[in-house]
Ligand binder design. Structure first.
Ligand code: AMP
Ligand code: MG
Length: 388
């Protein structure tokens, strides 16, 4: 049995051979870049107007309008003191432009431009290099690309990006009692739900699951299921059968497949029977079968590893402190991840903390961490991992 911090460290410290690939930019959302990314040219690459209005030369009240320049066009005009050109947002400002005045603050009379307020030097001009200088670091290696990141890279004219490959993930659920939703349920059976919750949780964070496999509680079936599944995967996630019951065959089946234990059992609630192992550059998480435990372990342990495997610089759920909105006593002798709801700056611990109870997790949006045998008073700050 390991403590939570040890388990997290063991996962973080795994030496992984990261693989890279070149992807089209449009397909790079949620991938992390595998090299520092520097600007190939300055942004903006030329001085341009931030407004629809008039480019002015000199600071006076009246100007002579000598032409027009629209976005995408280049003006050949060299402005002289007292001259102005009509200009539109994004258009390159002519040589000698002192400032741009927005059209709402100017009146036109023939070729005369009369300003309603005095311009300030440089006003409404977006300067060359104002956002980035040529050669400046745009994103560090390991940056996980967001929609704005895609836009930024596109604006630098780049169409293909080298990123870290994401892991191939397979999912195995075990249990004789499990039946697939949509089928007729006999007495004693329950609907299999973990593969659903886990697969979409992976997907939500940008890690699609390749195969889902359901196996009965039979040692040979589990062993051969793991053997087949681990061959074409980077990360294998199992649920159920990892506890100490007579029908819990997963641990032994993993060992017989050459998977080396990195840790087994974590001193926490829920999710004590959690296994993490590796076979060369393949990794295995065996999660407890109870629905809330398996998903809780996914968020705290599996997700950061999927991100680490994908080269992310920052891994794991966002963690913040919130003020608890009521007194709470954690009577468990184990540190606990509690289903909770964060509203504004407050957190409420929800009813229904049982390992099998997933409704409270579905209604909540956080896992609140409270140490073993610890009381929190209303208003105390509690660490929360935001799950949505
Ligand atoms: P286990 O870890 O196999 O002992 O399972 C613990 C509890 O979780 C049992 O009540 C199982 O019926 C339930 N369980 C296991 N796997 C699943 C699953 N895939 N979907 C829903 N419940 C499950
Ligand atoms: Mg079972």
């Amino acid at each position: 049995m390991v403590r939570i911090e040890e388990a997290i460290k063991i996962i973080q410290d795994q030496d992984i051979k990261l693989k890279t690939e070149i992807r089209k930019l449009i397909n790079c959302l949620g991938f992390s870049i595998s090299e520092d990314f520097v600007a190939p040219f300055a942004m903006p690459s030329f001085d341009n107007s931030a407004m629809d209005g008039y480019a002015l030369c000199g600071i006076i009240q009246e100007y002579k309008i000598v032409g027009e320049v629209a976005a995408g066009n280049i003006s050949e005009i060299d402005l002289k003191e007292g001259e102005a050109v009509r200009i539109f947002t994004g258009a390159k400002v002519p040589e000698n432009t002192t400032a741009v005045m927005m059209q709402e603050k100017a009146k036109v009379n023939g070729d005369k431009l009369i300003l309603e307020e005095q311009p300030k030097e440089g006003q409404s001009i977006r300067r060359k290099g104002g956002q980035l200088e040529e050669g400046q670091l745009v994103f560090e290696k390991g940056y996980a690309i967001t929609p704005a990141g895609i836009g930024m890279i596109a604006s630098l004219g780049i169409e293909k990006v080298e990123v870290y490959k994401k892991p191939v993930i397979n999912l195995i659920t075990t249990g004789d009692e499990l039946i697939t939703p949509g089928k007729f349920k006999k007495e004693g059976q329950i609907y299999e739900s973990n593969s659903y919750a886990l697969a979409v949780a992976c997907e939500q964070f940008g890690f699609p699951v390749q195969h889902r496999l359901q196996i009965e509680d039979n040692f040979e079936s589990i062993k051969s299921g793991i053997k087949k599944s681990i061959e074409n995967t980077d990360i294998l996630i199992l649920s159920g059968g990892i506890s100490v019951g007579d029908y819990d065959f997963v641990k032994q089946a993993l060992e017989e497949n050459g998977v080396e234990e990195q840790f087994y059992k974590v001193f926490q609630k829920p999710g004590k029977p959690l296994f993490f192992g590796r076979k060369e550059n393949k990794f295995v998480f065996a999660l407890p079968g109870n629905p809330a435990s398996s998903l809780s372990c996914f968020y705290i342990y599996v997700l950061p590893f999927l991100q680490k495997f994908s080269g992310f610089q920052e891994c794991g759920l966002p963690k913040y402190s919130f003020s608890i909105s009521h007194d709470f006593e954690n009577r468990s002798d184990r540190p606990s991840f509690l289903k909770a709801k964060v509203i504004n700056d407050n957190v409420q611990i929800l009813d229904g903390q049982g390992s099998s109870m997933i409704q409270s997790m579905a209604k909540g949006n956080a896992l609140a961490f409270i140490d073993a045998e610890t009381s929190a008073k209303k208003g105390d700050q509690i660490d929360c991992y935001l799950i949505s």
